[in-house]
Design a protein. Structure first.
Length: 157
């Protein structure tokens, strides 16, 4: 039985050279986004850039959000990733998807027109209602912050 929840996303090409997002494999969580550039862009070390995709989307409803992540290969192999870690596309945004990228490495990276450089993941989102209270309830962790649960795989301490 196929229990995959499917949601339709309307997409509009804003530029003739834009490439529609694609899924890299049947198990991929995200849709690859393509750089819609007139020519190659050299992403200099420690530089910040806004890269157009040439597309706009209409998310299915107010209970969804689009999250833009770096492609892991660019981040790990070349230091090219999103300076804000993740881009957020609100459900009511209808403008072009423009992705902020940076280069944390010491070497320039040349981003080519039509290159896959980021990925879009659409997720459910809850409309939250804040309720001020004096008691948040107790947990085992409590207010323990950074590093309070120990190193990965080694338990507490």
């Amino acid at each position: 039985m196929n229990n995959i929840m499917k949601k339709e996303i309307k997409i509009k090409k804003l530029r003739e050279t834009a490439v529609l997002p694609t899924r890299g494999s049947s198990g991929a969580a995200g849709l690859d986004l393509y750089a819609c550039l007139d020519g190659p862009v050299t992403v200099e070390p420690h530089g910040l850039y806004k890269i157009p995709t040439g597309v706009a989307v209409a998310l299915p409803d107010k209970n969804t959000v689009g999250l833009i992540f770096a492609r892991s290969g660019l981040g790990v192999n070349h230091g090219v990733s999103l300076p804000n870690a993740v881009g957020v596309i609100d459900s009511d945004y209808r403008g072009e998807l423009i992705v902020g990228i940076g280069n944390t490495s010491g070497k320039p990276y040349v981003l080519s027109p039509g290159e896959r450089f980021a990925q879009l993941v659409v997720m459910p989102v809850y409309e939250t209602v804040l309720k001020e209270t004096a008691d948040l309830g107790a947990t085992e962790r409590g207010a323990g912050a950074f590093g309070s649960t120990g190193k990965s795989g080694r338990g507490r301490g």
